[in-house]
Design a protein around this ligand. Structure first.
Ligand code: F6P
Length: 548
């Protein structure tokens, strides 16, 4: 492994800027958002920033102007500007894999330049985009037919992790813009139920499989891809059918060819695109097939607008920088262990799941770039559900539980499905929740409402729960692109401050290796000699005994 790209201090927590924040926490800890809002009547209009169609209200965080100043000082001390420049320059900031991190090049307009090892990759990006557009136009227009000449009506994308979560999230998010006469399904889990249920009511003669895998070696994806091939051959009875019913998206042409997919039907991307940063590469082929090439390009323009904002906006107006720094504040100084992502938009129902991989696979690291154990918390746990459903399940804990949960509310001013006053009701709920979390209800207020003494403590809300609100005009492909890029860059900022490698994922390897060995032990006909711990040995034996 090469040297860490940035000099590091002994520890982040030894930096004077970190210490200043620790000291400052002592002043903030006992202040309430009620008080902060009362002291500054314009707080809700001042602590906001806007870019690429997104309005970020961060006023309901437990911060003062001094907090923001200190966080910006920390960012500067951690060389955030240099790190941003290094990413956009194509430096190998994924140090442990010695790779550039250039997802921003995937959405660069044709005239721009992004260099990887001295080569401008933007023309390569557009060559693939053009091929995707031509293919997608043919499939959507009926020019690309199945083996027996019938139109493709079903698209099944097979992939996992970054080769699935982005595409499925984007499909659900942009369903309003999608071809309603085509069926789109996504298979990721190696559980045979996922594949079986996905194809149960489909005709192979009308079905196109997109096998998405950066490496094309991932067990789950390859297993499902083989199941798909067998299903297709069973239905169509001719090996030649594969060429009309299978396309691949990968960086690994050799493995694609080995699987039996014609390289003519392969859409490539590059090792400088991380899996969880790839939904705007060819991995998004299913998105393009669903919404069309023009809408896909509109989505890319939203990504790009946020990239430009992140690169050029001053720190105090910079949405991803502010959001990332607030995450540091909540995680490291207010000890909030998790972030609830709460979209008040049904189409964003898979957005929390998508963000889980983006944030937790990126920043769930325990060593610095130089491999030293950190002595501070890194990536918080992300989770969430669309509003208003969550309100009737886990919001209780956010309002009155003993842990501090930071929340991101996401909403839109216009609905894509007007239905009476339902959108107003939805949004009223979103605004009400962030207000209730911030301001709560004091015991006096509860008493004033006539509550009996013994119930006052139960019905009082402490408030002072931090939240961000992200508000946009309407959910469009462009807004979605901006929203995803906003989070990508926020994650980058957090990783930069923590001085970790946000772009590797070694933590998934051990489980993969153990599963391989265990799979061999399970499937063997002879009783295997098991060398695991006593618990794992007993579980395997019991499973072998009871499986058919
Ligand atoms: O789970 C680890 C991981 O490598 C993710 O980072 C990645 O998105 C996923 O597996 C799928 O990998 P591939 O696209 O190579 O099949």
């Amino acid at each position: 492994m090469g040297k860490a790209p940035f000099p590091e201090p002994k520890s982040l927590t030894q930096r004077p800027q970190w210490r200043a924040l620790t000291e400052h926490r002592g002043q903030i800890e006992h202040r309430h958002l009620r008080e902060l809002f009362a002291a500054d009547r314009s707080r809700g209009e001042r602590l906001v920033a806007e870019a690429a169609g997104l309005y970020l209200d961060f006023s309901k965080n437990r911060i003062t102007d001094e907090t923001l100043r200190l966080l910006q000082a920390l960012a500067e001390a951690c060389a955030i500007r240099e790190r941003i420049d290094a990413m956009f320059r194509g430096d190998k900031i994924n140090a442990t894999e010695q790779r550039a991190v250039l997802h921003v090049a995937l959405r660069a307009p044709p005239g721009e330049r992004f260099l990887v090892d001295g080569r401008n990759v933007v023309p390569d990006v557009h060559a693939v985009l053009d091929r995707m557009a031509a293919f997608s136009d043919r499939v959507r227009g009926g020019g690309w037919t199945g083996h027996d000449g019938r139109r493709i009506r079903n698209v099944i994308s097979i992939g996992i992790g970054g080769s699935d979560l982005g595409p499925v999230m984007a499909y659900e998010a942009l369903r309003n813009y999608s071809r309603r006469d085509m069926t789109f399904r996504f298979v990721s889990n190696v559980d045979g139920t996922a594949f079986s249920e996905a194809v149960r009511d489909l005709d192979p003669g009308e079905t196109l499989f997109i096998i998405c895998s950066k490496t094309f070696t991932t067990l789950e994806t390859l297993t499902n891809a083989h199941a798909a091939r067998a299903w297709c051959l069973r239905g169509l009875g001719d090996k030649k059918a594969i060429a009309r019913h299978f396309v691949a998206v990968s960086t690994n042409a050799d493995e694609v060819a080995k699987f039996g997919i014609d390289l003519e039907n392969m859409f490539g991307f590059w090792d400088w695109v991380g899996g969880r940063y790839s939904m705007d590469s060819a991995i998004g082929l299913s998105t393009m097939l669903a919404i069309g090439a023009d809408n896909f390009r509109a989505m890319l323009s939203g990504f790009h607008a946020m990239d430009e904002h992140f690169r050029n906006a001053p720190p105090d107006r910079n949405l991803p920088l502010l959001h990332g720094l607030l995450a540091i504040w909540n995680t490291n100084f207010l000890d909030a262990p998790t972030v609830a992502v709460l979209p008040y938009e049904q189409y964003l129902k898979r957005f929390p799941a998508y963000l889980q991989q983006l944030t937790m696979e990126s920043n769930g690291k325990h060593v610095t770039l130089a491999g030293e154990r950190v002595d501070y918390q890194t990536g918080p746990i992300y989770w969430g559900e669309p509003g208003t459903n969550g309100q009737h399940s886990f919001y209780q804990l956010i309002h009155q539980g003993t842990r501090l949960i930071a929340c991101d509310f996401i909403g839109f001013c216009q609905t894509l499905n007007p239905l009476g006053d339902q959108h107003d009701l939805l949004m009223a709920n979103m605004f009400a929740q962030s207000e209730a979390l911030a301001f709560g209800k004091t015991a006096d207020e509860v008493k004033a409402g006539g509550t009996s003494d013994e119930l006052v403590a139960h019905r009082a809300f402490e408030g002072n729960r931090p939240s961000n609100t992200i508000l946009a005009e309407k959910l469009t492909p462009r807004t979605l692109g901006a929203l995803v890029a906003f989070y990508e860059h926020s994650v980058f900022v957090q990783g930069a401050i923590w001085n970790i490698d946000s772009f590797d994922q070694w933590g998934v390897e051990l489980g993969k290796a153990l599963a391989k060995r265990t799979a061999d032990e399970i499937s063997g006909t002879n009783e295997p000699v098991l060398g695991h711990d006593s618990s794992t040995n007993a579980l395997i034996r019991r499973y072998r005994g009871l499986r058919k």
